[in-house]
Every structure is written in structure tokens, then in C-alpha cells.
Design a protein around this ligand. Structure first.
Ligand code: GDD
Ligand code: MN
Length: 445
């Protein structure tokens, strides 16, 4: 019957859709957080005030011991931290063209975090304005300042994830560089994590005492709509899941990190929606100020990123954000193809074969352009690389077409149901094009 070719399609889909960084196929951890007793206690400190790795509590002896050792490795106590010269709090600051803001932010952190053992990790995506150079200058004078300079990558969420994972502290905060967030809230956030009352503290604009005055009317409307969609679709209970200002226990983050999307900018929403075991969360109000220098990097494309994230979370990450965008582009390609075919064949009276070929070429080209601007905008090809990428894309799609027709024929041979054969072929083509484009056209550097 048609089962075999379908298996092939589904198998290849599974293998390749997991090949990219957004990792759509999620594996459960060997020991689930619940089974390890992670939720069974309310505070992570012993009576003497020492940090107790939670996984030690409520576990059976054998695996418990191994897990306790494992957790010792990733969850140091404040004492071992200070022995190792490590700070307790890491403030992660994603930056892109924030040259004029980073020094001011550093000074403010220094003032507000006195008495706390802290570090700041700036994660800069090789800003053309040389933000990373300014940060290196600060780092030369103060070893608490660190800089990760990322080459060939773009993206707010990915930058935050890398910054947090580069730290060894007990707690990590994320704060924007442009001074729109209120850094004076950081000590309060830290106190809530230290006491064990919370595992995640959110700086919230949408609870009493907070405000989003720094947003213009348009942005405020979009932000509220997105918040509403996230709350309803993903059953998120916090008031401001779109906030870019939060502090989290780093061990909790470490558990979630492999499942987070590096694309897009909604890292907090991703953290909340991904945590299967709910994080004890507290929101504290703050006033979102206006930008001092430079401009916002969030453009209208982030709306699509946001919808992609919501859809991916709704499908329990079976389909990745990137694959969804790719599939959406394929949809537009179909429309472009038919429109070009119509114009060439009906309007210009070209023979069908030529018109069809022209339609395919135009659709592939428009798909390439859209993918470069949307699906792979964090790895956008520029200059001469665009031409090389386009030629490779034609090649990939050409082979994809052969695969499409091959699978369709195989299915039709087994079971002459035209739509089933057509669907299997089309699915094969899309999955092939997606997997191969990621490997050859927009490959990670
Ligand atoms: N490394 C890196 N890479 N940093 C980036 C990138 C990037 O691609 N894009 C933006 N950033 C940095 C900025 O330099 C800034 O420090 C911070 O991330 C926030 O970016 P903005 O461009 O200032 O964003 P915004 O003010 O429009 O949006 C903020 O508020 C939203 C809520 O309305 C952000 O905090 C969003 O996360 C938040 O959802
Ligand atoms: Mn901003």
C-alpha cells in the first residue's frame, strides 16, 4: 500500500526538521523534573542559610546520588561561588548598536548593585557602531564586565540565551541596554529569588504601579494585543509575558535552554510557555521609560516571529518556528507561480511549457528573497553571497522537484488516489527544500 512512501516522507521530515537550531522535535529528559522532586520543596536554602541543590530532596537513593552529584556540578552554593571568585548575579545585556548607552548602564548597575556580588555580560552581535569596542574598554578597567561578540548571528532571544549560558552565577537577569528598563529594581528581584519565594521575577508594565509610557501608541496597541493572544492561546497567566526585563534562577534556565527558540525576541514568553513544570513566578511593577540614544531594532517583522512562536508552542514544538515561516513562504510561492503562469500563458500567449517554467523560476526567486528576509533574517545573505545563495537555492529546489514527483509517483503506483499522491509529493518537496536550504544555502557559520 502507500504506507511505505509515507513512512519515508515522515521519517525524512522528522530527521531534517530537527536538524536546525530551533530543534522542533523535543525529547523528554530522562528524569523528569517532577520525578526528581524539583517541585517538592518551597525553598532552596537550608536552615543555616546554605543553598541546597533541590534535586537532592525527595529522590530515591541510587539515582538521587548521581543526580545530586550532577547538580552539584551545575548548581554551586554561594560559598563555592565566592571561593571560585564567581559572582552571585549575572546581568545579561543584549546589544545591537548601543554604543552611547552601555557606559551609562554600567555606571547605573555599579551604583544600584553595591553590596551585591555581580557581573554584567554584554552580548553584542558585532554592532556596526562598535558597541563591543566600548564594552571591551569597560572590561579592561573592571573585570566584572564581560563581552560576548557574536559574528554572523543576529537575534535578541539567541543573544540572551548565550549570555545566560555563558555565566556560572546562581541568578541571571536580562535587561535592555537602552535604559528603558529600571535597573533599580534588580536588588528587589534578587531578594525574591534568594528567599526562594520565586524562581522567576518579571519586571512588569501591566500590573498596578507599572506603566508602558515609553511605548508610542502603535507599539502600545501591538504589545497589548500580543499579550492578549499569548495569554489566551498559550494559557499564560502572567500580566506581562512580553517583558524584556526579568531575573531567573540559572539552574532553571539551564534546564529549559535546549528547548528555547533562538530566533525572535520573545524570550520570556518562550521560557514561561516551555516550562512544563511551572516556575514560581512573581511580577513586580516598573515604568518602561523612553529610549535615550539610538533606535529600536524591533520592526514589523517581529509580529510574524511572535505568531510563529505561539503556533510552535501550540503544536508542542513539533513544528519549528523556522519551518513554519518556510512553509508560509512556500504558500506565497504558489500564488506567485500561478499568477506568473496566468500572465505568461493567458496574457502573453506563451506556450504552456515555457509559461510553466517561467512561473516556477519566478516563484523560486521570490521564495528565495522572502526566505532571506524572513525565515533566515538572522543569517541574511548580503552582497555577492546573495547570488551564490540564489543559484544554490535553484539547485536545491530542482532536486526537490524530482523528489516531489518521485514520491508522488510511488504513492500513486501503490494507491491511485490523486490528492494523496500529490500531497505526499508536495510534502516531500517542502521538507527536502527546507532541510537542504538550511544545510547549503543559509548554513550557520
Ligand atoms: N545582541 C543583540 N542582537 N541585541 C539586540 C538585537 C539583536 O539582534 N536586537 C535588539 N537587541 C538589543 C537592543 O540593543 C536593546 O538593548 C534590547 O535588545 C532591546 O531592543 P530594542 O530595539 O530597544 O527593543 P524595544 O525597546 O523596541 O523592545 C523592548 O520592549 C519590548 C516590550 O515592548 C524589548 O525589551 C522587547 O524584548 C520587549 O518585548
Ligand atoms: Mn528599547
Amino acid at each position: 500500500m502507500y504506507a511505505r512512501p509515507l513512512f519515508v516522507v515522515v521519517g525524512i521530515f522528522g530527521a531534517f526538521s530537527g536538524a536546525r537550531d530551533t530543534g522542533p522535535i523535543r525529547r523528554q529528559p530522562l528524569i523528569s523534573p517532577q520525578r526528581a522532586g524539583l517541585r517538592s520543596i518551597s525553598r532552596p536554602f537550608s536552615q543555616s542559610g546554605h543553598f541546597v541543590p533541590e534535586a537532592r530532596i525527595g529522590m530515591s537513593a541510587g539515582c538521587g546520588y548521581t543526580l545530586a552529584l550532577m547538580n552539584d556540578a551545575i548548581k554551586p552554593s554561594p560559598e563555592t561561588l565566592s571561593q571560585a571568585g564567581l559572582p552571585e548575579l549575572s546581568v545579561v545585556v543584549p546589544t545591537f548598536n548601543e554604543r552611547d548607552n552601555v557606559t551609562v548602564l554600567y555606571r547605573r548597575l555599579e551604583a544600584t548593585l553595591s553590596g551585591i556580588s555581580w557581573e554584567v555580560v554584554f552580548v553584542d552581535d558585532n554592532s556596526p557602531d562598535g558597541t563591543w569596542e566600548v564594552v571591551r574598554g569597560l572590561a579592561r578597567k573592571d573585570s566584572r564586565v564581560r563581552c560576548i561578540r557574536r559574528i554572523g548571528r543576529r537575534g535578541l532571544s539567541g543573544a540572551c540565551i548565550e549570555g545566560i549560558l555563558a555565566s556560572n552565577c546562581l541568578y541571571a537577569a536580562v535587561i535592555d541596554a537602552d535604559l528603558q528598563h529600571d535597573e533599580t529594581q534588580l536588588p528587589k528581584m534578587l531578594a525574591l529569588l534568594r528567599s526562594g519565594e520565586a524562581e522567576l521575577v518579571i519586571g512588569s508594565r501591566y500590573i498596578e504601579g507599572g506603566s508602558a509610557d515609553g511605548l508610542n501608541k502603535q507599539r502600545a496597541g501591538a504589545s497589548q494585543l500580543a499579550t492578549e493572544v499569548a495569554k489566551r492561546a498559550l494559557k499564560v497567566e502572567v500580566a506581562d509575558p512580553m517583558s524584556g526585563f526579568f531575573m531567573i534562577r540559572r539552574d532553571r534556565f539551564e534546564q529549559l535552554a535546549p528547548k528555547l527558540s533562538t530566533q525572535g525576541f520573545k524570550i520570556l514568553l518562550d521560557v514561561i510557555a516551555t516550562a512544563q513544570v511551572k516556575l514560581r513566578t512573581i511580577e513586580i511593577p516598573f515604568t518602561f521609560g523612553s529610549r535615550q540614544h539610538g533606535e529600536s531594532k524591533l520592526d514589523s517583522m517581529v509580529a510574524l516571529d511572535f505568531l510563529g512562536l505561539v503556533l510552535a508552542k501550540l503544536t508542542h514544538d513539533v513544528v519549528s518556528l523556522r519551518f513554519l515561516l518556510f512553509a508560509m513562504v512556500v504558500g506565497t510561492g504558489l500564488v506567485v507561480h500561478l499568477a506568473a503562469l496566468f500572465i505568461a500563458h493567458e496574457v502573453f500567449q506563451e506556450p504552456f511549457a515555457e509559461a510553466q517554467a517561467a512561473g516556477a523560476l519566478i516563484a523560486m526567486t521570490s521564495n528565495f528573497i522572502l526566505n532571506n528576509f524572513l525565515t533566515y533574517r538572522d543569517q541574511r545573505l548580503k552582497g555577492f553571497a546573495i547570488l551564490r545563495g540564489l543559484l544554490l537555492f535553484y539547485l536545491v529546489c530542482g532536486v526537490g522537484l524530482l523528489a516531489n514527483v518521485g514520491v508522488a509517483f510511488a504513492v500513486f503506483d501503490q494507491e491511485p488516489i490523486w490528492w494523496l499522491a500529490g500531497l505526499a509529493g508536495a510534502l516531500m518537496g517542502v521538507v527536502w527544500n527546507y532541510a537542504m536550504s538550511g544545510l547549503f544555502v543559509w548554513r550557520k557559520r
